[in-house]
Design a protein around this ligand. Sequence first.
Ligand code: FAD
Length: 289
Amino acid sequence: MTRIDDLLAAGPTTSFEFFPPKTDAGEARLRQTLRELEALKPSFVSITYGAGGGTRDRTHRLVVDILETTSMPPMAHLTTVSHTRAELRDILARYRDAGVRNIMALRGDAPADADEVFYAVEQAAGLVELAREVGGDRFAIGVAAHPEGHPASTDLATDRRHLAAKLAVADFAVTQFFFDVEDYVRMVDELAALGCDKPIVPGVMPVTNVRQIERFAEMSGAAFPVELAERLHAVEHDEQQVRHIGVEVATQLCADLLEAGAPGLHFYTLNRSTATQKIHANLRSWQAA
Ligand code: FAD
């Protein structure tokens, strides 16, 4: 079974997200991480799509390599930023012809240093439709969801309506990371009230570096809880302690999410394996208890 919608229908999934490395050292580290995390038998893995230049081709190469050389079904992220419709069709056709079955359709953002960007397809929902045209029923198509609302949206209710409309044409969503299970539950309830019952897989980012996660949270619009920030800053000088707290907090969030009925857990690995492995082991002990 390689389509993510089928995997989700069969029971809770575990999945890992990676980004295409830009250097040989990064490539070697990712290879090692892939080997270590493959042992956990994830349901699928996903590969992000960069803002431009050479990293975009790296996504294609990495996705096809994972498909051909590992047991992990890959999902290719794709954004509409500065691509013509013809280019998007061509990228999707290459994935289809290579046997890739899962696409994450995203709008993407203009890179901070970009002179000029264009959107031939203005919203992610348009890319979902294009992927359907190109892939027919060969693609399972995921979209992004923001439990606390997309940072650029005017208000939460409008953002939810846009998300419900996008999910009506997609198969499932994966969320931005967040720290409070209530944000996830509220989003799922609000979408249900709009008639949307597609699976929404929560994204979990274990804290391994305080400054880095605060920067990510600021960029993504995720609220970084004051209490957690205080705990982490108190041990900021001690990498082991930071990781320990990060794993403990993420394990609790994962347990709460599964109890709340989440259809799976998606881990933002940042191409490293240690925190994800520890959380996975903690959850197994918790489930066995
Ligand atoms: P959209 O769904 O198009 O939404 C963007 C904004 O437009 C929202 O404010 C929405 O409310 C609004 N909107 C939607 N429909 C309409 C409409 N019909 N009319 C008016 N407004 C509308 N970025 C990358 O560059 N590469 C990646 O690989 C990547 N992977 C990601 C994976 C996940 C799980 C997540 C959550 C995000 C990812 N992102 C990635 C970031 C994403 O590209 C940004 O969050 C981007 O700002 C929005 O993308 P989207 O697909 O949610 O856009």
